[in-house]
Write a protein that binds this ligand. Structure first.
Ligand SMILES: Cc1cc2nc3c(=O)[nH]c(=O)nc-3n(C[C@H](O)[C@H](O)[C@H](O)COP(=O)(O)OP(=O)(O)OC[C@H]3O[C@@H](n4cnc5c(N)ncnc54)[C@H](O)[C@@H]3O)c2cc1C
Length: 503
């Protein structure tokens, strides 16, 4: 029987001492003693790991809920008290039993990797925007820390060597690309496998001289449909965390006191070179800063996020910039190409919502019957001479099932706001729109704003000229009828001078 009392040791000391213990009963006793004493999550993890090493992991995991901690993104302020989440098995983390954690401990990390998404043989704008931001961040990184680390673009497609060169012109130091005709369009499996393979520096590359590290320090993806998909899968594959839909990034040190991160309760630790990933929360009424920090015995790198298109400016391209182009090579399993894209269509042009007299904008207030809500919005549009239908991002990112005849109206190209279009019509009718700040910046220059909302305290009321408290499913048809009958003052010429305050 071991005499080891975990309370007498720091987590590091305990971890070292556990290496000498091969008896599962002894380890269980230490686990019990830790629970009865300081009950440090990291100490319990160390015992679990040791139990796993000696081959009795399942016993240990069935008694404790923190064996497979993979969800590590944490918000500021970093004052968590280190207590366990619910010990109830049914409520514990769904991936806690994940058997294939390949996260590193004390790994070497460097560089900022940027996934440069392409479409139709061209870089997406957001790819250029992220390269510009990456350049700015890593130039500042060098100024702050004196270490020169690279901006590494990585991309894949059927013909993308030229695009790799374009990435250099837009700010990358290195561009790693993988060409294969089967990669013409985004496919989950091969894109994920290739990206993780590239990030680990595995496989055949023409030259590995430029990287002497295990994994990237930071990694950025676009918050597009494909980028969101890829970001989650690659970060899971690399056993790290992800902050999604970020709109600002900066790198600086961070002082943390969470014992899960420091290893000791009551101790503060300064972590350098932390990527601070800012994202709007609660419908944009508040910003959170997400940090992805290593645990004492478990690294969470690359620190990664997806970036909302339009958040940053690209730099002026410089075709003479020096950079390294690296072709990536890897066996691609046929199994990854089980999905066959037999047909595709490309929209001819985006929708331009600017320049109309009237915009009818629909928000998530249509949730009860999205198709009927959309139809009512379109009826109102038709009642005006020159009107168009816009939507909030809430609609774009919703999973509403629209019927075919109105589905096209839920596409991102109709989004109004910070990351959509900015409009300033004579009349802006917002139905079921809460008025988040990101929406407001796209429409508050309108001459007359009319809001229809069931919630009398909705934020949009603060910047509306007319506020109709009511259900849009009842109000919109009546408004359409009134416009058609010429019974309202909402004709653009009638409101050209702007309206009065609340009704
Ligand atoms: C980086 C970033 C960028 C963003 N960019 C944009 C952007 O460009 N544009 C944008 O719009 N958003 C943007 N957003 C999202 C934004 O923060 C909000 O989440 C979004 O605008 C909310 O959409 P909503 O008003 O439709 O939904 P909600 O906020 O859910 O509001 C729905 C409203 O409908 C009302 N309602 C419910 N039922 C009814 C009914 N039957 N009749 C009448 N009213 C009803 C509710 O009271 C509520 O006020 C962005 C977010 C991020 C993080």
């Amino acid at each position: 029987m071991t005499e080891l009392d975990p309370d007498d040791h720091t987590v590091d000391e305990l971890t070292a001492a556990l290496e000498t213990i091969d008896d599962a009963d002894d380890l269980q006793s230490i686990l019990e003693a830790e629970r009865a004493g300081q009950d440090r999550a990291t100490a319990r993890e160390a015992v679990h790991r040791r139990l796993e090493e000696i081959g009795t992991a399942s016993d240990a995991e069935s008694t404790d809920g923190d064996g497979g901690d993979t969800d590590d993104a944490e918000s500021e302020p970093d004052e968590a008290d280190g207590e366990d989440p619910e010990e109830d098995d049914a409520l514990s983390h769904p991936t806690r039993d994940k058997k294939h954690v390949r996260a590193l401990e004390d790994g070497d990390y460097a560089d900022m990797w940027i996934f440069c998404e392409t479409q139709g043989g061209e870089l997406l704008d957001v790819s250029r925007e992220m390269l510009g931001k990456g350049r700015e961040l890593m130039d500042q990184f060098e100024a702050d820390y004196g270490d020169q680390e690279a901006v590494v673009a990585f991309l894949m497609g059927d013909d993308c060597e030229d695009l790799a060169e374009e990435c250099i012109a837009y700010g990358a130091d290195v561009a790693v690309y993988h060409e294969d005709e089967r990669l013409e369009r985004f496919l989950h499996d091969p894109y994920t496998e290739i990206a993780a393979h590239m990030a680990r520096g595995e496989g055949t590359v023409e030259s590995t001289d430029w990287r002497e590290y295990d994994e990237p320090r930071y990694i950025l993806f676009p918050a597009t449909n494909n980028g969101r998909d890829l970001s989650a899968k690659v970060q899971a594959e690399l056993d790290s965390g992800l902050a999604s839909d970020c709109s600002d990034l900066f790198i600086e040190e961070s002082e943390v006191s969470n014992p899960v991160k420091t290893g000791e309760p009551g101790v503060k630790k300064t972590v350098e070179k932390v990527l601070h990933m800012k994202r709007p929360d609660f419908s944009g009424f508040e910003y959170s800063t997400i940090l992805c920090l290593d645990n004492p015995n478990r690294d969470f790198h690359p620190q990664g996020c997806s970036v909302i298109p339009g958040s940053f400016d690209p730099m002026e391209p410089d075709a003479d910039r020096d950079g390294l182009i690296v072709e990536h090579d890897m066996e691609l399993a046929d199994d990854w190409f089980r999905v066959d894209i037999t047909e595709h269509d490309r929209l001819e042009a985006g929708i331009d919502l600017t320049g109309h007299d009237v915009i009818v904008c629909l928000g998530r207030g249509i949730a009860d019957d999205p198709t009927a809500g959309m139809e009512l919005g379109l009826d109102l549009v038709d009642a005006f001479e020159d009107a168009a239908l816009g939507i909030t991002r809430g609609i774009v990112t919703s999973s509403y099932q629209f019927e075919g005849h109105v589905e096209a109206y839920s596409a991102e190209e109709r989004q109004i706001g910070e990351t959509g279009q900015v409009v300033a019509p004579d009349v802006y009718i917002a139905a079921g729109v809460s008025g988040a700040v990101q929406h407001k910046v796209g429409m508050d220059e309108s001459d007359t704003i009319v809001a229809i909302n069931t919630d009398p305290d909705a934020r949009i009321r603060d910047f509306s000229d007319y506020f109709v408290e009511g259900d849009l499913f009842e109000v919109l048809p009546r408004l359409t009828e009134a416009i058609e009958a010429g019974e309202t003052d909402l004709e653009p010429e009638a409101v050209a001078d702007g309206g009065e305050d609340d009704d």
